[in-house]
Design a protein around this ligand. Structure first.
Ligand SMILES: Nc1ccn([C@@H]2O[C@H](COP(=O)(O)OP(=O)(O)OP(=O)(O)O)[C@@H](O)[C@H]2O)c(=O)n1
Ligand SMILES: C[C@](O)(CO)[C@H](O)COP(=O)(O)O
Length: 382
């Protein structure tokens, strides 16, 4: 938020060592859903203007996006905040948002609500959540009492402040506070409560990484991988009394010549599936040089391609096949072909289309020297 009266700068405190989270390195640099924890937090605040990151002296050379300011933090969170305030002041901030870099799932709404409160005149504003569990006092593994939770809230960040009040309050604060709200209140300033969010967890313990990953995955939604392939095949006629097209035997005055049963339609469909999977073509999986496939039923090839798709985690969405020939007429057999293919592929027949065209007596199909076929297939990750 930047206008004549408001220049809000975000201070991300990142100088802690994350000892409770374990993992051999500070939690903010550990991976979370394919990136570092810090990257999610930096992205969340990027739309809201200038960012200052407060770093441990050992981390000053860490990789950060261009334009992000870096300053050295202190031995406590409070000292780190003070360091960030000094830089924000020098950069001309009128207001600051102070946020734990270890809260990577913060939402734009949580951030914007704090900014809106500052914009409407609050000197301090911070997100909080109601306490929904009963509160006990405990002694080791024994419950010793129950506390009244009326009027309690769970504190989150970003905590937003007009820079004068928070800087003065930190200067006059003795010792270490729970957070910056405690500091500013001790300085005599009112704090406006804004809506918190259960997803805005602070990664503190090892199990929090899995929780944060689940939140980010839910936001991203399921990732659908959709792929398309095409297939094309041609077989010439030779002497015979029937053709096999898309699994259906049709009486004809000639047959199609081929190493297998020469089902030109099924071959194009099979190649379309292999194509969608980037798995080559029938020849790669069933070499014509191998005598065991001589005269083989093409359903073996199609079943193999369908099985391969399933093994690779894909379901076949639909298939569209066009047979190109003058004769035989395909229309009367199209439904039987769709049914035959559906049975082999384990799909509803309405996901399979078989149609035909002539080539207007042009070319080798027009001269009835053979039959050609083209097919398209779409596969979808399951
Ligand atoms: N000297 C410190 C201590 C903490 N922090 C930051 O304050 C936030 C909240 O602190 P906490 O969760 O306690 O982080 P750590 O101090 O890193 O964790 P631990 O106490 O488990 O070591 C974190 O983003 C942390 O990096 C900081 O900038 N400077
Ligand atoms: C500032 C804070 O995130 C508010 O909830 C929290 O107090 C800091 O965490 P710590 O574990 O107490 O350092």
């Amino acid at each position: 938020m930047t206008d004549e009266r408001h220049k809000v700068i975000t201070i991300l405190v990142a100088a802690g060592r994350g000892l409770r989270a374990g993992g051999g390195m500070p939690k903010q640099w550990r991976p979370l859903a394919g990136r570092r924890v810090a990257d999610w937090t930096l992205d969340a605040f990027a739309p809201f203007g200038t960012i200052v990151v407060v770093l441990h002296p050992d981390d000053m050379a860490v990789d950060l996006p261009g334009g992000v300011h870096r300053v050295t933090g202190g031995a406590t969170r409070g000292e780190s905040v003070k360091s960030g305030l000094t830089r924000a002041w020098a950069l001309g901030a009128t207001h600051v948002l102070i946020h734990d870099i270890a809260r990577p799932c913060v939402s734009p709404l949580v951030i914007q609500s704090v900014i809106d409160a500052l914009r409407t005149g609050a000197e301090a504003a911070a997100p909080g959540l109601p306490v929904t569990d009963a509160l006990w006092t405990v002694d080791g593994d024994r419950v010793t009492g129950t506390r009244d939770r009326t009027g309690l809230a769970r504190a989150q960040t970003p905590q937003g402040f007009a820079i004068g009040p928070i800087a003065a309050s930190h200067d006059g604060y003795p010792g270490e506070a729970a957070d910056d709200v405690e500091v500013v209140r001790a300085g005599g300033f009112e704090v406006v409560l804004t809506p918190g969010d259960d997803d805005n967890l602070k990664i503190t313990h090892p199990g929090d990484f899995a929780r944060a990953e689940a939140i980010l995955a839910r936001r991203k939604g399921p990732q659908m991988d959709i792929r398309m392939g095409n297939g094309y095949d041609v077989h010439a006629f030779e002497d015979g009394d029937h053709v096999v097209l898309c699994g259906v035997k049709i009486p004809h005055d000639r047959k199609l010549k081929g190493h297998s049963d020469a089902d030109v339609g099924m071959h194009a469909i099979t190649d379309a599936i292999y194509g969608a999977l980037a798995e080559g073509d029938i020849g790669r999986h069933f070499p014509p040089s191998d005598p065991q496939w001589k005269g083989a039923e093409s359903r073996i090839f199609l079943a193999h391609a369908v099985d391969l798709a399933a093994k690779r985690g894909f379901a076949i969405s639909n298939v569209d096949c066009t047979l190109i020939c003058e004769e035989p007429k395909i229309g009367p057999h199209a439904q039987a072909m769709q049914d035959a293919l559906a049975q082999i592929m384990g799909l509803p027949a309405d996901r399979i289309s078989v149609k035909a065209t002539t080539s207007e007596k042009l070319g080798f199909t027009g001269r009835s020297e053979g039959i050609a076929s083209v097919a398209t297939c779409v596969v979808v990750s399951q």
